[in-house]
Design a binder for this molecule. Sequence first.
Ligand code: SF4
Length: 331
Amino acid sequence: NEPLLVVNDLKKYYPVNGGWFKPPSELKALDGISFTLERGETLGLVGESGCGKTTLGRCILRAIEPSGGKIEFLNGRTYMDILKLDTKSLRDLRAQMQMVFQDPYGSLDPRMTVFDIIAEPLTTKSRISGKKLTERVAELMEMVGLEVKFLNRYPHAFSGGQRQRIGIARALATNPELVVCDEAVSALDVSVQAQILNLLKDLQQELGITYLFISHNLSVVRHISDRIAVMYLGRLVELAESDQMFEKPMHPYTEMLLSAIPSPDPDVKRQAAVDGEVPNPANVPPGCAFCDRCKYAIPKCRTERPELRALQNNHLAACHRAEELSLVGAV
Ligand code: SF4
């Protein structure tokens, strides 16, 4: 496997005012994230809302400036240390790294035609025009399953699924190596979700794109991901191949998330929902951030932070008790 993106100890801290009686503190939205994205794979990134997954996606594209760490982008002979790029190099990099957003209604400018929306990155980043531009836009529309005759229509004339196809065509316009999909199907009906996920898979096969697929929905992530990373309060707590994660999770938080997925088998009664509340991100417990919600916690969990470590077959987890617990999957 060939790495495309190497993220090392990535941090994003926000200052928090303490008020009258408390000193100022920091909200650690990302607190030392490290992982590698292999070329052509889909890495699913899951966790409850507020865990930092969207911040991570945006920091990788430098839509948000991280507070520290390193992100390396390796494309053939091109090597880029993303956090050190100047504005011009960053613009060039953005042609190779694109984002598909959750809301196909809000992310498309209602005053622009489909042609203008898809053509915009081509005119600004690739500087093509005239007949070539029209041909490329038509090609992109066909690639995502939209009829070219709708070229001059406005976004409001399309359904949610069609609008997401327009968003995907726009993201693919500059032939990116990496596409970050941030809750890309969450706003769509289940049947439309499946169509868009299949489209993303087909495009990956055809074009060799690498996806970072961010979602709070584990079933959706499983459908599309080769590997899955689980985030909790700004940290990665588990990383494994998709099937392994579902069959034999090694972190109690992942077990809890899996237990909340409704089973298609009516005889299988799972826990109805995820237990407990996520702690205040500006006041994370000193040891394991999950200890207040974990039924397996021992005294050590309250004082020592568990590091993400390799356990077996490229399966990583950040739990002091990972080896001794027999956690239940959702297969
Ligand atoms: Fe639970 Fe302790 Fe593991 Fe944290 S380190 S997940 S508290 S058992």
